[in-house]
Ligand binder design. Sequence first.
Ligand code: IMP
Length: 193
Amino acid sequence: MKLIFATHNKHKLEEARAIAGACFHIVGLTDLDFHEEIPETADTLQGNALQKARYVFERFHTDCFADDTGLEIAALNGRPGVYSARYAGEHCTYQDNVQKVLREMEGMTQREACFKTVIALILDGQEYLFEGRVDGEIISESKGTSGFGYDPVFRPLSSPLTFAELSEEEKNAISHRGRAMQKLMEFLKSRCQ
Ligand code: IMP
């Protein structure tokens, strides 16, 4: 089954392909030579995931899915949340975002945070949503070099290591997107049988 993953992010594509295994042929937007920035103007993860999936479906008329993720930090009243990608400004880097979070949390003892992912799937013209979540904490300095985004400062509850210190396989097994993706794949596999 061919499915478009509405993303330009090669890390996410690798993660998705690792979880999907041989069952599905997952194609990214760059593979399709589609380089447009997809609008993400909703103020919820669900809204953005649906907006991206609908945009790509209208363009390619092929089954597709899109995801949206937010890091919610309790002591920052849930920020950066749906604004996680551009927390430090319009053209910021992953490192700018991490530095901003660390600055804002300097001296704070309450460090609980969670990642949430929502995946919107359009299959045979119907829309479906899948959610995944992982709880953890924000440590006080970056550790590790794998992954992307806030990985070097997020330590999941079930591990002494940050996401950036885990292998891709270890992260996928417990991560927000890994969990949402597992739900998506279970659903798709049940539809294939
Ligand atoms: P997106 O909407 O899924 O692209 O995610 C928004 C932002 O959240 C990204 O730009 C990253 O900064 C961050 N993010 C998403 N997924 C992860 C992850 O697995 N680890 C760390 N940061 C992530």
